[in-house]
Design a binder for this molecule. Structure first.
Ligand code: ADP
Length: 356
């Protein structure tokens, strides 16, 4: 196993600069998720690690060695795709043994390793089946076993669960995380699903337009996003944003475009009158019976049993609020939403950088 680092990595296709200078390091044994909107460069980065794309500029290092010029087969890195190709005419056991055969392993060694991996992923009863006789989840497990059986230095996952139905996705998420806790192999996991990234990864890298927006643990990104992009991308439902300007007279406030004053817990690092975006997560509002807070109209009430989500309209914009427990509210009701001041976020409206 090894650490993996990126040193000023760029990737240019003909007229697109897909990766525009990336520096970060993944520690040995770490599970890192790459997230970001479609087209931000996640797959390109992963494919460069695997050796399926060349590096235009900079270095990708495995341990202290640049692997830029290594052929994919010499990297000892295993990749699991969304549509993992298993040989249709070979049984699960034969599929698993195949990559070892290519590496020249002995028959006894192959059998031992295949049995070992099959056991750890619950595939032993399926070893004699053909791929078409497997369910989606089982096939995905075979794909992972295929990667594990080679005992690679790192695993790369490219949206491996996006073809599975919702409940299986949640189950496989837990399985992959448990597997990582057992094997401790350096893992890089690409997903557009930030919930998947939050629940599985030690650290998350948020990408946008080929650049890193922020790297941190899931809760660092959630609690102190560096900018409005990360704030809006991490968390489901998304953070609510309200536009306004700063008033630093007396106590610091944001004055919303509708003229409402929202207190700030700390004095932000910005000038009087600056245009700002005030951010509050759905769970960081209280319903206020005394008429303070944002006056809003309930549009939709969504009870999930453990939680109630309310979509409301405030000054022409949508707000989503979430409460643990149940709330007696109906569409058309007037409510007052009081943000928990100490949990709110503030961003510069132009640079979108965090101000508090
Ligand atoms: P993601 O995986 O985050 O959706 P990609 O890494 O696939 O993003 O793509 C990043 C950018 O590079 C996109 O603008 C995409 O159109 C471009 N790109 C990806 N592959 C190629 C290619 N083979 N040739 C030209 N442009 C490409």
């Amino acid at each position: 196993m090894s650490s993996l680092s990126f040193r000023n990595v760029h990737k240019r296709y003909d007229n697109t600069e897909a990766i525009r200078g990336i520096d970060f390091e993944i520690a040995e044994g770490e599970f890192v998720a790459l997230v970001g909107p479609s087209g931000c460069g996640k797959s390109t980065l992963l494919r460069m690690i695997a050796g399926l794309e060349s590096v235009t500029e900079g270095d990708i290092m495995l341990g202290d060695q640049s692997i830029n010029e290594f052929a994919p087969k010499d990297r000892n890195i295993a990749m699991v795709f969304q549509n993992y190709a298993l040989y249709p005419h070979m049984t699960v056991a034969q599929n698993l043994a195949f990559s070892l055969q290519l590496k020249g392993a002995s028959k006894a060694e192959m059998a031992a390793r295949v049995n070992d991996v099959a056991q750890s992923l619950g595939l032993t009863p399926l070893l004699e089946r053909l791929p078409r006789q497997l369910s989606g989840g089982q096939r995905q497990r075979v794909a992972m076993s295929h990667a594990i059986v080679r005992q690679p230095q790192a695993f790369l996952f490219d949206e491996p669960l996006s073809n599975l139905d919702a409940s299986l996705r949640v189950k496989m998420r837990t399985e992959i995380k448990a597997l990582h806790q057992r094997l401790r192999t350096t893992t890089i996991y690409v997903t557009h699903d930030q919930v998947e990234a939050m629940t599985m990864a030690d650290r998350i890298v948020v990408l946008k337009d080929g650049l890193i927006e922020q790297v941190g643990t899931p809760l660092e990104l959630y609690d102190t996003p560096r900018n409005a992009f990360v704030a809006g991308f991490i968390g489901s439902p998304s953070m609510n944003f309200v536009h306004g300007h700063l008033d630093l007279n007396n106590d610091a406030h944001v004055v919303t475009d509708g003229g409402l004053r929202l207190p700030l817990a700390t004095r932000p690092n910005a000038e009087q009158g600056a245009r700002v975006i005030y951010g509050a997560r759905p769970e960081d509002f209280r319903l206020d019976a005394t008429g303070r807070g944002l006056p809003a109209e309930v549009v939709v009430v969504e009870p999930t049993g453990s939680e109630t989500q309310i979509a409301a309209r405030f000054a022409g914009q949508d707000l989503i609020v979430a409460y643990r427990g149940r709330i007696d509210a109906r569409p058309g009701d007037r409510i007052h939403l009081l943000p928990r001041t100490e949990r709110t976020h503030l961003f510069d409206a132009h640079s979108r950088a965090r101000l508090n």
